[in-house]
Design a protein around this ligand. Structure first.
Ligand code: SF4
Length: 367
């Protein structure tokens, strides 16, 4: 398939792997900050092609995983309201809150609908003026522009029955939080290509300088990831800490300016809680004052409450690269994708779900 097969060529993968072996002389720990990359690494066994000295650890790059339980509970409360049509991307429907999930609310009669674009939710609001239509806006910088466009469009149409429950998060503040931790093991980052396709990679330069850490913007296909690792290891071995762009076919330094302008117009930067990690300053997006009328949290008078994660879940340590899924006593037994306990099992992009799916049950088989 065009644009797929050429990035999965086994012969080229072997060449990249051989070059990584050739340049590696010391142990290095590299974190990928993207659930899609984690999934590809485990699925294609990329880690198993690398020298033993190179450890890949999995960062907080799965947007479904880092959405706090409290926000899922808020979504469930709104979705159960008979006056509401609750709309969401499909991947949020099976994510459990503290007692149930959106699919169960739908089964009990809640009007929960999957949409493929937030603009579909705006259309629903225009078609159903007697109902409240709410869109569940979750994800990184990648999905934020589409949510922003929906709010902007609803405002221009003068829709009073549309709102958004927002849990958008930003990658650079999460990198800053990881690097500031005294327990940080990360020596280099593979930055998420799709986030940078929107935001560019200007924001990464101060981080690379401040923490002396190489950051390589990397794509998702096996050859992208192997190439990103090679560029990263070359920097580490040569004592460089620079920002490089492996994913030049999709990412420019400045990113998508119209998308960024729209995000700046509709949103403001706020502190945001990340599931499994806790609150990170300036790491989220909330609606700007001019669009506050579209804030579902305010419209429905939702109260902020605190929900405890299961005590045995070590997802927070996994998201910080301090543990691996098979270090968890519940992994694959009490905690599975059908009955997830914690952040990194709830989405197929989460590290626990990827390890479970591709049978990385034992440490010796793992990264
Ligand atoms: S296997 Fe389940 S309980 Fe264990 S860390 Fe992963 S999500 Fe948490």
């Amino acid at each position: 398939m065009k644009f797929l097969d050429e990035y999965r060529d086994a012969g080229l993968a072997q060449k990249f792997a051989a070059e990584i072996h050739r340049v590696t002389t010391k142990p290095w720990t590299i974190m990928e900050v993207c659930g899609g990359q984690t999934h590809a690494i485990v699925k294609f066994g990329i880690d198993e092609l690398l020298p033993k000295q190179i450890e890949l650890i999995h960062g907080p790059g799965c947007p479904v995983c880092v959405t706090p339980l409290e926000v899922i509970d808020q979504a469930l409360e709104i979705a159960a309201n008979p006056k509401v049509i609750f709309t969401s991307f499909g991947d949020m429907l099976r994510v459990p809150g503290s007692t149930t999930d959106l699919l169960a609310v739908k089964a009990r009669g809640g009007d929960v609908r999957i949409v493929y674009s937030p603009l579909d939710a705006v259309k629903l609001a225009a078609q159903n003026p007697a109902r409240e239509v709410v869109f569940f806006g979750v994800g990184f910088e990648t999905t934020a522009p589409a949510t922003a466009m929906a709010v902007y469009s609803a405002a221009r149409k003068g829709l009073k029955n549309f709102s958004v429950l927002i849990s958008h998060v930003l990658v650079p503040p999460a990198i800053e939080a990881l690097m500031s931790s005294p327990n940080c093991r990360v020596q280099a980052f593979l930055a998420a290509g799709h986030v940078c396709a929107v935001m560019g990679y200007e924001e990464y330069f101060p981080l690379a300088i401040k923490y002396r850490v190489p950051i390589v913007v990397t794509g998702f296909e096996p050859l992208d990831i192997l190439h990103g690792i090679l560029l990263t290891v070359q920097q580490l071995e040569q004592g460089r800490a620079e920002v490089e762009n492996q994913y030049a076919r999709a990412v420019t330094r400045a990113g998508n300016q119209p998308a960024q302008d729209l995000v700046k117009k509709v949103f403001t930067v706020v502190p945001r809680k990340w599931r499994g990690i806790g609150e990170i300053p300036k790491s989220g997006l909330g609606l700007a004052e001019a669009y506050a009328a579209f804030d579902a949290e305010k419209k429905f008078g939702l109260t902020d409450h605190h929900v405890e994660e299961p005590a045995e879940c070590i997802a927070g340590l996994i998201l910080q690269g301090l543990k691996k899924p098979h270090d968890c006593s519940a992994f694959g037994t009490r905690c599975t994708p059908e009955h997830p306990f914690g952040a990194t099992m709830v989405s197929s992009e989460g590290a626990c779900a990827a390890y479970y799916r591709y049978r990385r049950y034992e440490p010796q088989n793992a990264i």
